[in-house]
Design a protein around this ligand. Structure first.
Ligand code: NAD
Ligand code: MG
Length: 392
């Protein structure tokens, strides 16, 4: 595998998608072969005009006509594909060597898996794919020879701190690792007293102090569910048991994660909190390329602090760690209930403090077993969503 040349982006209108295009735009040797969105036709058409991809996929088929009209009018010339099957199609294009998997939530699973099965270099932002189907994704990568490069900043940091390996991540890379430590900004409510949590509004929850991201992951960062999902993600990617993946609060978001080795050495990756850094690292791998991010000015930063997480004020973190230990379908149910809870919170239909309660109620109700086929994973996801909606 080499530095990316021809890239298809799943979720190009989102926060990660836009940052990816920003990085690609800095490299005349990199080409965009496909772009996709759920419903933002206006931005997708604009991106097509700027990057001239061969294909433009719109997940909502009702919007295909509007997209076609806009692309004819602006002269972008991209062929329009529509519906969820179009996402799978662009994830498997022969013209693409690299797939950026940047759809949010369970909606990204099938296309991410398609990219892996097609043996692509898959840049993985969609952590929910690994939370739901980690074993399936890793096994598919071993079979197809796909290279999974994590884009999540913590996992990308760990990827950079592990010895390089040529293909899919494997246990030989972590042979001398004592533990992985995921850093966590603590989110907007790091210092908020427990009594204030019931009044938290969606506007406050999405206003992350360090990172600018999509609404769902911003709420996950406010509840610390995001870090919990990231523990599960790390266990899958790096074949580590949950006991060897620790979470530490680091409000400055300068140290993006750490690898502790058995000899006492600790390797960390540092940088500005700017997602273009891991994105450029993944696109450029095994080389490096400009990202557009500022260089860190450490002497001007506030002192770097590290503290343990508070499981009482942030119960979602504990729920996710339990699911990480249970494995099987437990993370699938957790993820589905969380997606429903976060959507309800954002819509003003669920108080912030009920998010964890809802996830726990669904998790307890769901039977657990091996998550060995895509069908059973998707069935469990659907059932957990039904339970969660009933409880709202
Ligand atoms: P976002 O909400 O900004 O963008 C989501 C993208 O997915 C959009 O392009 C949207 O059109 C598309 N999409 C949404 N639902 C879809 C559906 N049903 N079918 C097809 N496309 C759909 O989200 P984001 O913040 O860019 O996050 C994307 C993924 O990356 C998430 O899994 C998130 O956890 C992960 N991630 C994001 C960041 C970040 O800084 N934003 C950091 C680490 C990881
Ligand atoms: Mg992260």
């Amino acid at each position: 595998m080499s530095r990316s040349k021809a890239v298809a982006i799943l979720g190009s209108t989102g926060s990660i998608g836009r940052n990816t295009l920003d990085v690609i735009g800095r490299d005349p040797g990199m080409e965009v072969v496909a772009l996709s969105a759920q419903s933002n036709v206006a931005l997708l058409a604009e991106q097509c005009l700027a990057f001239k991809p061969r294909y433009a996929a719109i997940a909502d088929p009702a919007l295909a006509g509007e997209l076609r009209g806009r692309l004819e009018a602006n002269g972008a010339g991209s062929e329009v594909l529509a519906g969820p099957a179009a996402l799978v199609e662009i994830a498997s294009l022969t013209e693409a060597d690299t797939i950026m998997a940047a759809i949010v939530g369970a909606a990204g699973l099938e296309s991410t898996l398609a990219g892996i099965r097609a043996g692509k270099k898959v840049l993985l932002a969609n952590k929910e794919s690994l939370v739901m189907a980690g074993d399936l994704c890793m096994a598919a990568a071993r079979e197809s020879g796909a290279l999974l490069i994590p884009v999540d900043s913590e996992h990308n940091a760990i990827f950079q701190c592990l010895p390089a390996c040529g293909s899919a991540l494997g246990p030989e890379q972590t042979r001398h690792v004592a533990k992985l430590v995921l850093t966590c900004s603590g989110g907007p409510f790091l210092r908020a007293p427990a009594e204030a949590f019931a009044e938290i509004t969606p506007e406050q929850a999405v206003a992350h102090p360090k990172w600018s991201m999509g609404a769902k992951i911003s709420v996950d960062s406010a509840t610390l569910m995001n870090k919990g999902l990231e523990v599960i993600e790390a266990c899958c990617l790096f074949a580590m048991p949950p006991e060897k993946v620790e979470v530490i609060i680091h409000p400055q978001s300068i140290v993006h994660s750490m690898v502790y080795y058995e000899d006492g050495s600790v390797l960390a990756q540092l940088g500005e909190p700017d997602m273009r850094i891991p994105i450029a690292g993944a696109l450029g791998w095994p080389e490096r390329m400009p990202s557009g991010a500022d260089l860190l000015k450490l002497a001007e930063e506030e002192p770097l602090a590290f503290l343990p997480p508070d499981f009482d004020r942030f119960p979602c973190l504990g729920l996710a760690l339990t699911a990480a230990r249970q494995r099987g379908l437990a993370p699938v149910a957790l993820n589905a209930a969380n997606e429903v809870a976060v959507a309800a919170f954002l819509a003003g239909n669920l108080p912030f403090t009920r998010i964890a309660a809802l996830i726990e109620a669904v998790s307890v109700k769901m039977p657990n077993r091996e998550a060995d086929t895509l069908d059973i994973i998707l069935e469990t996801d659907a059932l957990a969503r039904v339970y969660a909606k009933e409880l709202i």
